[in-house]
Design a protein around this ligand. Structure first.
Ligand SMILES: NC(=O)c1ccc[n+]([C@@H]2O[C@H](COP(=O)([O-])OP(=O)(O)OC[C@H]3O[C@@H](n4cnc5c(N)ncnc54)[C@H](O)[C@@H]3O)[C@@H](O)[C@H]2O)c1
Ligand SMILES: [Zn+2]
Ligand SMILES: [Zn+2]
Length: 382
């Protein structure tokens, strides 16, 4: 498959296109005409082809996670490079790329460490919504608009730093691989990299949305014998079972806390538990669901800004391990292209995590599907 043809006429010029603007939290996004500036040094302008809608975008819309607004949200995209700024060497116009929220500068302490993937070049935990030079490339109705996580995929064109742009296989189907920019590495990597799930083990996945579904794929690939899926929305159970979940539990169907149910079901608690929801209560439940002596609990969900996790430290003294991870501990530019190749070799069933595809202009419908619990991952097509 040949790379998409692009017009050289736009290079160096402002592009006027459509984008979904979040003017404030707790309000629907509005599709508006925006001006997208050309990329400066070290930056890349990308024509977005597809974008997933992640639970993290929804946390911003619902106001539980904070980022400067107005902004163009979206951080799970696939597209084609339109033009590059001075000094950019890892991608060129026409390249197929994934748009990720986590950079890999290859120079900071975290990037230079064999395992670290939380690149220090951008602080994604306190987002400022601007490029590294402190300015924005987006203007709407004469007003500057922030980016989100340096990514912003809910727009026909975006500008990103080269360090967050992942060049992928020329033959990758761009309408599906966008979720390999967030949900898939996050969940799959939580199982295979962070927890290092072992063959024959018992795993528990809290939250069966896009990220939790990818955890299930990772647990299965690592050879887990039993995968218990927990969600308050029983509509998620059929697809979860198709992905590899062996037992589905709705905490609302039990009088006792769900962690007590899990401990009874497993004898002494699960080998590995994963929290893919983002509430303090479910994080504590996930911790208490793993074996008190050798269980490993991985926190994936993003908790509300400034929230505090509190539990009796004795729960760790017995030997439990509590971990967290960002994007499944993958170094984005090094490892995500390999995940795309694994998907293309049918080693990772990415397509089964995508439940809906909608045209970009129906983004509001996409968020309605997520908020009403009717989708696993909804992908927007541009
Ligand atoms: N660590 C990372 O790198 C990273 C990356 C992406 C997403 N995230 C976070 O992961 C979490 C999941 O994201 P997602 O895109 O899968 O979201 P999602 O909305 O698709 O899935 C969340 C699931 O949790 C379920 N749920 C909600 N409250 C529950 C409760 N009290 N008990 C049981 N189930 C409950 C929902 O029904 C839904 O199925 C979010 O917090 C998101 O911000 C973290
Ligand atoms: Zn995400
Ligand atoms: Zn770095």
């Amino acid at each position: 498959m040949k790379p998409a043809k692009l017009s050289v006429e736009t290079t160096g010029k402002v592009i006027i296109c459509r984008a979904a603007i979040a003017w404030r939290s707790n309000a629907p996004l509005s599709i508006e005409e925006v001006e997208v500036d050309p990329p400066k040094a070290g930056e890349v302008r990308i024509k977005v082809i597809s974008s997933g809608i992640c639970g993290t975008d929804n946390h911003i819309i619902e106001g539980t996670l904070k980022t400067p607004l107005p902004a163009i949200l979206g951080h799970e995209g696939a597209g084609v490079v339109e033009s590059i700024g001075e000094g950019v060497s890892s991608v060129k116009p026409g390249d197929k790329v994934l748009l990720t929220a986590v950079p890999q500068c290859r120079k900071c302490d975290s990037c230079l460490h064999a395992k670290g993937n939380c690149c220090l070049k951008e602080d994604i935990f306190s987002p400022v919504g601007l490029m590294l030079d402190g300015t924005s490339r987006f203007t709407c109705r004469g007003r500057k608009v922030h980016n989100f996580f340096g990514t912003s995929t809910f727009t026909e064109y975006t500008v990103m730093h080269e360090i967050s742009v992942v060049k992928i296989n020329d033959a990758a189907p761009l309408e599906n691989v966008c979720i390999i920019a967030c949900a898939i590495p996050t969940g799959y990597g939580a199982a295979v990299n962070t927890a290092q799930v072992t063959p024959g083990s018992t795993c528990v996945v809290f939250g069966l949305g896009g990220v939790g579904s990818a955890v299930v794929l990772g647990c299965k690939a690592a050879g887990a014998a039993r995968i218990i899926g927990i969600d308050i929305n029983e509509g998620k159970f059929a697809r979860a079972k198709a992905l590899g979940v062996t037992d589905c539990l709705n905490p609302r169907n039990f009088k006792k806390p769900i962690q007590e149910v899990v401990v009874e079901m497993t004898g002494f608690g699960a080998d590995f538990t994963f929290e893919a929801i983002g509430t303090i209560e479910t994080m504590v439940s996930a911790l208490e669901s793993c074996n008190l002596s050798y269980g490993v609990c991985v926190i994936i969900g993003s908790s509300p800004t400034k929230s505090q996790l509190s539990f009796d430290p004795i729960k760790l003294q017995s030997g439990r391990i509590l971990k967290g991870c960002l994007l499944g501990e993958y170094k984005t530019r090094d490892h995500i292209p390999l995940l795309v190749n694994d998907y293309m070799k049918k080693k990772i069933d990415v397509d089964s995590v995508i439940s809906h595809k909608l045209p970009f202009i129906k983004i509001k419908e996409g968020f309605d599907l997520l908020q009403s619990g009717k989708c696993i991952r909804c992908v927007l097509l541009f």
